[in-house]
Design a protein around this ligand. Structure first.
Ligand SMILES: C[S@@+](CC[C@H](N)C(=O)[O-])C[C@H]1O[C@@H](n2cnc3c(N)ncnc32)[C@H](O)[C@@H]1O
Length: 268
């Protein structure tokens, strides 16, 4: 068993975004207690199918937000093992979660662990460093974004990886209907070098996009950036950026639970 220990130690902070309760657990062939993970069974099947049915099977897969490893991470690893090729780099920003995720995958997916490299830290810092360390001609064939609840982060992650994704490459992102993904869906839908589909199969929503051209037309890029500027000016998101974190926490604590959940992660 070999998890490549290419960890990033520089950022010891914890991620602010904690996952909502898991929607499913991963069945374990040994009968052991399954690892906790998110994504319902339909979302898991869509994720696996996107890898297995890709016309050219992914070699390089990147995931942001592994949490405990029993959701998307385990599904991706098992799908890669089925295709007999490919490697997953999984980014996680919470130190404690990161250590548990590695232990979970070591004990529950020994057959696929040779296909996994965990990366510790915040995606915005880890992705550029990871890309810079790759050989010339490197491509990201498949990416799965499921990190922080802040909508700008999926946009930032997308912009970092887009130049490395070849035509035919795929992107999936969880929580497409919630606050986490509420900017990426309209942004990406306006870019004409990606074909976008929203799987409305859960309260969270799963985005699935395929790259169909090397770069966007100038007009579509302008439309996407215009929409993004408009979304950034929404009062709730402006407040999230401008108010100090402690004050935001205080306000959320004072609000009724349902309203606080709607503001912080976009749940209805
Ligand atoms: C919703 S959970 C991921 C669930 C997981 N994909 C699954 O299927 O079980 C989000 C995870 O992203 C991590 N996270 C939050 N912000 C991050 C960031 N900027 N970079 C990397 N990980 C982040 C959190 O610590 C958390 O473990």
């Amino acid at each position: 068993m070999s998890i490549t220990s290419k960890t990033t130690e520089e950022n010891p902070q914890s991620a602010s975004a904690k996952p909502s309760p898991p929607s499913a657990t991963s069945p374990d062939s040994s009968g052991e207690k399954a690892i906790e993970g998110q994504l319902n069974s339909t979302e898991r099947a869509l994720l696996v199918d996107a890898i297995l049915s890709a016309p050219s099977k992914p070699w390089v897969v990147l995931e942001v937000g592994t949490w405990l490893g029993g959701g998307s991470t385990l599904q991706i690893l098992r799908a890669l093992e089925k295709t007999g090729q490919g490697h997953l780099w999984g980014i996680e920003a919470d130190r404690n979660i990161y250590e548990r995720m590695i232990a979970n995958l070591r004990s529950h997916a020994p057959e696929a662990i040779h296909r996994f490299t965990p990366l510790f830290g915040f995606s915005q810092e880890v992705i550029p460093r990871w890309i810079a360390g790759q050989p010339a001609g490197f491509h990201i064939d498949f990416a799965f974004l499921d990190g922080s609840n802040r909508p700008l982060e999926q946009i930032t992650e997308f912009k970092l990886i887009d130049p490395c994704v070849p035509v035919g490459g795929q992107l999936m992102a969880h929580d497409a209907k919630l606050r986490k993904g509420k900017w990426l869906v309209p942004y990406l839908s306006r870019l004409d070098h990606w074909q976008v589909k929203l799987h409305d199969v859960s309260a969270e929503g799963l985005l699935h996009a395929r790259k169909i051209a090397e770069r966007p037309s100038i007009a579509s890029l302008k439309a996407a950036e215009g929409e993004l500027s408009r979304l950034k000016r929404e009062p709730a998101e402006l407040a999230a950026v401008l108010l100090p974190a402690r004050l935001r926490g205080l306000i959320l604590n004072l609000l009724p639970r349902k309203l606080a959940a709607r503001l912080s992660d976009g749940r209805k």
